[in-house]
Design a protein around this ligand. Structure first.
Ligand code: GLV
Length: 303
């Protein structure tokens, strides 16, 4: 089996290690090492690859995106449309995402931001809060990660509601589907978790009018893609205190520029797109399982 790998340098060694561990007989090469040669791979494992890779590699049976979001890949002009494209579904990222979301729930829900403030003033100041289990957590986007986070929170006893364009099977929490139910969904979310991908139809889906639908005092946790949120509209809602706070891991333009007003907004917590880092071994296990399916003739495009 011939595999080409194109990933950031920081991940490359870990992917190679996992590939050699689980697939010791495969011929695995790095894009940088073969781009000047005629060597052709059967499978490409890529994260934000150069467009040139697809002009060069003409024998690919499948392309594996080394992440959950395929937006960067889809922008490449020469991404072949006729080769199955797979993305990481959970591959160990769900648990990380869950922990990140729970941090946001607790940080704002239990007023840890206020206590930080009190501490700076040496002030002993207990505050009344609602129990988090009395609050409703809305999961916007029920792909593998959204479904996992929703299921886990619901099993822990939290009140969860989900929204996606079409109905997802096998979920144990309430879901609303379709744009006609989006405003109704938003009006019920004390915490809104954005787990939507970047697509034409999700661009600025959370605009001013939709953010206004959230109940007063709601919190936004954004971990899908930044382009889903109209950042200016969010800032206004946070400044007017219609929204209580926001925990943001993804932004319309990354890295977030030093001049961006989000940095100085007191009720925003910023993290640098680290909510659910790719788990290299789990990712490689999932990919090798998919390759096995393809080789056995039962492969299908899982996107
Ligand atoms: C990270 O953002 C991913 O898409 O996996």
């Amino acid at each position: 089996m011939r595999i080409i790998l194109s990933s950031p340098l920081t991940d490359q060694g870990l992917y190679l290690e996992a590939l050699h561990k689980f697939c010791p007989y495969a011929d695995i090469r790095l894009w940088n090492d073969v781009k000047e040669s005629d060597w052709q791979a059967e499978y490409a494992l890529v994260w934000k690859p150069e467009n040139q890779l697809f002009l060069h590699q003409k024998e690919l049976k499948a392309i594996f995106n080394l992440g959950a979001g395929i937006d960067a890949l889809e922008k490449l002009p020469d991404l072949p449309g006729d080769i199955p494209l797979y993305k990481l579904r959970d591959a160990g990222m769900g648990q990380w995402m869950l922990e990140y979301v729970m941090y946001g729930l607790v940080h704002f829900g239990r007023h840890f931001d206020h206590y930080r403030h009190h501490q700076q003033r040496q002030s002993w100041h207990p505050e009344y809060t609602h129990s988090l289990q009395q609050r409703r957590i809305g999961i916007l986007g029920l792909g593998p990660l959204g479904a996992f986070v929703g299921q886990q929170l619901s099993q822990l006893g939290y009140s969860v509601i989900g929204w996606s364009r079409s109905e997802k099977e096998g979920l144990s929490f309430e879901q609303l589907n379709g744009y006609e139910h989006l405003d109704g969904f938003l009006s019920r979310c004390h915490f809104l978790v954005n787990l939507l991908p970047a697509k034409e139809e999700t661009y600025h889906l959370l605009n001013e009018q939709r953010l206004m639908r959230l109940p007063r005092g709601a919190v936004v946790i954004s971990v899908g893609r930044g382009s889903v949120l109209d950042e200016h509209a969010l800032l206004v809602q946070l400044q007017t205190r219609h929204l209580r706070g926001a925990l943001l891991d993804v932004f319309e333009h990354e890295p977030l520029s030093k001049e961006h007003p989000f940095w100085k907004q007191d009720n925003i917590v910023i993290t640098p797109h680290m909510a659910a880092p790719t788990q290299h071994e789990e990712a490689v296990r999932q990919i090798l399982g998919d390759i096995l399916d393809i080789e056995l003739g039962s492969g299908h495009n899982l996107i």
